[in-house]
Design a protein around this ligand. Structure first.
Ligand code: FPP
Length: 247
């Protein structure tokens, strides 16, 4: 079964650090390296899109020190790695309310997007200051503004047009959502886009997640029966068993 888009909720950095008596930021620091390893693995497996939930609209509730620490790690990561990632065929894109990020973070991310814009093997969407509800509300606002300006007839708004106003416009919906750290929640991730995604929850904390765990998630996905609300397609073997295809 082909897979074009994998989305990941990278959870468990804090617990990983606490288990080792380290500051939570040590978990985030390791988490950034793991994100790079998984992006390279995804590229090598021929996946076209990888979306990583790096900072949610709710993460602002964390202590200011942790928030600024995460931003500083991400800023250093992009400044250091963007050109190498681009050379290796990985294109960085951000999804989320980028205007709401501190200016130095925004600048580094925009540079990384620009620098990697020609890379063609894998698109990595970094979800920053992202929330699924924010995405849906901003799409609704864009469409309402276009309608108000007389550029869009509201009766023409359908699922395709709505999807084209979301932050993931033009990209396939995720086939698979992986959540590390064991919690069974979607946490305001890609709410619209995951309508028919398969879910895979790994107990492994994100800093311990390796390409081997990633491959196990993809193998599990390959055994799923995706029906998209329809009924199961029977295999030739099953049909033969019922005598439909001859003896
Ligand atoms: C989850 O762990 C992680 C986050 C909330 C954000 C930080 C993510 C990274 C630094 C990796 C992103 C890297 C790139 C390059 C995009 P948690 O703190 O919620 O863990 P806990 O559930 O154990 O407390």
């Amino acid at each position: 079964m082909s897979i074009s888009h994998v989305a990941i909720i990278m959870d468990g950095n804090g617990r990983w650090a606490e288990q080792r008596g380290l500051p939570r930021l040590a978990g985030h620091s390791r988490g950034v390296e793991v994100a790079r390893e998984i992006a390279v693995a995804a590229r090598d497996m021929g996946i076209g899109y990888l979306t990583l939930f790096a900072f949610s609209t709710e993460n602002w509730k964390r202590p200011a020190e942790e928030v600024s620490g995460i931003f500083s790690l991400l800023r250093q990561f992009f400044a250091r790695e963007a050109s190498d990632l681009a050379r290796s065929g990985i294109r960085i894109r951000t999804i989320g309310d980028i205007e709401g990020l501190p200016e130095p973070v925004r600048r580094v991310i925009e540079d990384a997007e620009r620098m990697s814009s020609g890379a063609q093997r894998l698109v990595v969407n970094i979800a920053m200051n992202y929330g699924g509800r924010w995405d849906v509300v901003s799409a609704a606002r864009k469409l309402a503004e276009a309608a108000l300006a007389g550029d869009l007839d509201p009766s023409l708004i359908d699922e395709n047009r709505f999807a084209a106003a979301l932050s993931t416009a033009g990209q396939p919906d995720p086939d698979l959502v992986i959540r590390t750290g064991g919690d069974m929640r979607i946490s305001n991730f890609l709410l619209w886009q995951t309508a028919y995604s398969e879910l895979y929850v790994s107990p492994v904390l994100w800093p311990d997640f390796t390409p081997v765990h990633f491959k196990a998630a993809l193998d599990d996905f390959a055994s799923r029966d995706r029906r998209f609300g329809g009924i199961r397609k029977r295999s030739d073997e099953q049909r033969r068993g019922e005598g439909v295809d001859g003896p």
